[in-house]
Design a protein around this ligand. Structure first.
Ligand SMILES: [Zn+2]
Length: 121
């Protein structure tokens, strides 16, 4: 199995689990180790709960759990699309945008800014 197929399989498997299992009520969905150890939220804290709500079309609840990850979905979907579903490179403009250093650096800066801000508010 190629890395691409493993990646697609893992994304679908995680989406299925998070659709059927509510992380807020489940005892076997793992808790964030960073939060458990420090008491501080990492940038991804709330993502499992947000995805669960997103997959049930509860967008407001999803946004409340982790707004950064919800806002990131279009970029992450675009990145997955150009990497996994464009073997003939027909989406070259989208790929150029996704791989543009300014876009990547902006995403990284926002990622760390979100990490700091969410622990201050
Ligand atoms: Zn976390």
């Amino acid at each position: 199995m190629t890395n691409k197929k493993i990646g697609i399989f893992l994304v679908l498997a995680i989406a299925l689990v998070l659709f059927w299992v509510n992380p807020e009520k489940s005892i076997w969905i793992p808790k964030c180790p960073f939060y458990v150890l420090t008491g501080l939220q990492c940038p991804a804290c709330g993502t499992q709960r947000a995805i669960h709500q997103f997959l049930h079309l509860n967008f407001q609840a999803a946004f409340a759990y982790n707004p950064f990850m919800i806002i990131s979905i279009p970029y992450l979907l675009a990145l997955a699309t150009v990497e996994w579903f464009d073997p003939h490179h027909k989406l070259q403009r989208l790929k150029t945008f996704c791989h543009d250093r300014r876009v990547i650096y902006t995403y990284i800066v926002l990622f760390f800014a979100w990490w700091i801000i969410r622990n201050l508010i």
